[in-house]
Ligand binder design. Sequence first.
Ligand SMILES: Cc1cc2nc3c(=O)[nH]c(=O)nc-3n(C[C@H](O)[C@H](O)[C@H](O)COP(=O)(O)OP(=O)(O)OC[C@H]3O[C@@H](n4cnc5c(N)ncnc54)[C@H](O)[C@@H]3O)c2cc1C
Length: 390
Amino acid sequence: MSQVSPEDFAQILESVREFIRTRVLPREREIADNDAIPDDIRQACKDMGLFGFAIPQEWGGLGLDLAQDVELAMELGYTSLAMRSMFGTNNGIAGQVLVNFGTDEQKSTWLESIASGETVASFALTEPGAGSNPAGLRTKAVRQENGDWVIDGSKCFITNAPTANLFVTFARTRAADADGPGIAVFLVPGDTPGISVADHDRKMGQEGSWTADVHFDGVRVPATALVGGSEDVGYRAAMVSLARGRVHISGLAVGAAQRALDESLRHAAVTTQGGTPIGDFQLVQAHLADMQTQLMAGRALARDAAAKWVSEEDRRIAPSVAKLFCTEMVGEVADKAVQIHGGSGYMREMPVERIYRDVRLLRLYEGTSEIQRLIIGGGLVKQAKKDAKQ
Ligand SMILES: Cc1cc2nc3c(=O)[nH]c(=O)nc-3n(C[C@H](O)[C@H](O)[C@H](O)COP(=O)(O)OP(=O)(O)OC[C@H]3O[C@@H](n4cnc5c(N)ncnc54)[C@H](O)[C@@H]3O)c2cc1C
């Protein structure tokens, strides 16, 4: 059950939409050129509660459920994806580890400042050689005699690492065994001695959102930093947070596809060749028709997956189906949008050029398209085998 009534949610959605359309859209070039989100936009996002839209109200968040979260993501996807990334980890992959697996003490220590944006939380799972297969991670956490843990290892591509005050850090406490993969998750304040964050990566797109390598060199945390107070929570917490995040990303993809289509329609209506608006050419109309069709299918699928998450009908296969379809869909839609813009679609000042680069990431993180296929195919076959035994 959502903590937010449909009426209140309609108001939240309307104010976010108005903010994005009137205040963020005109600044997209500035965000990309400066590779930074302007302070006034960051502050406005805090004021609107966007750092904590998916954090329950008892800890100061807006308390949206995933069905509402996806509607919001469709609005956020309409502009520079970097803006969403600024508060994406607080609400999503990092914040949800605490919401769903933290002890009461851990929740009361961190969640309010995550929801307000005072704390920026990063999700530190990926390592060189352990991306698609996080079960292979090598960062180690060793329990000390006094109960503290000491963490050593390296992470890569960690979103918001350069500004993070909290690293939700996955580390191995033992080799995988019959009881599980041996992965725990720790709440590591960003200023803990032994943490170093490298210069931020230079990326293909989403300028204004920073990722970086993070190194843990003898990082000591108290026993209370172990999420859920159990060494066996980590892997499951990562999988649940990622699955939930996939539905959110589906919504983002739909928002970005809508923007690419809107830009293309505007362009097709007014740009002429030999005096004829290019939108009158049937081959251009065919592109637009395909974009609209793909977009509507993606929107319906993202909403369906979100509903199945909220009702708990399917929290495994449907998120991967939605992410796979919607992120591949927006790749194709963005490509067509560049095509409709002709040579100008290749130019930096055109929103479709940015969208084309921004959305490429959606097929890579929180599980590549190949990994989504493995989850879907593997899940279906597992069920079929079970059914065959009955
Ligand atoms: C901008 C950005 C932000 C990110 N933010 C974060 C973050 O905040 N926190 C975090 O922990 N991580 C983050 N990541 C990491 C991201 O989740 C990984 O890059 C992603 O999961 C892929 O892992 P990899 O890069 O190691 O690629 P690999 O796993 O090496 O994949 C390379 C290719 O091999 C394929 N492949 C791999 N295994 C299989 C298999 N079993 N079967 C078939 N194909 C396979 C993949 O699909 C892919 O095509 C981010 C990455 C980027 C680029």
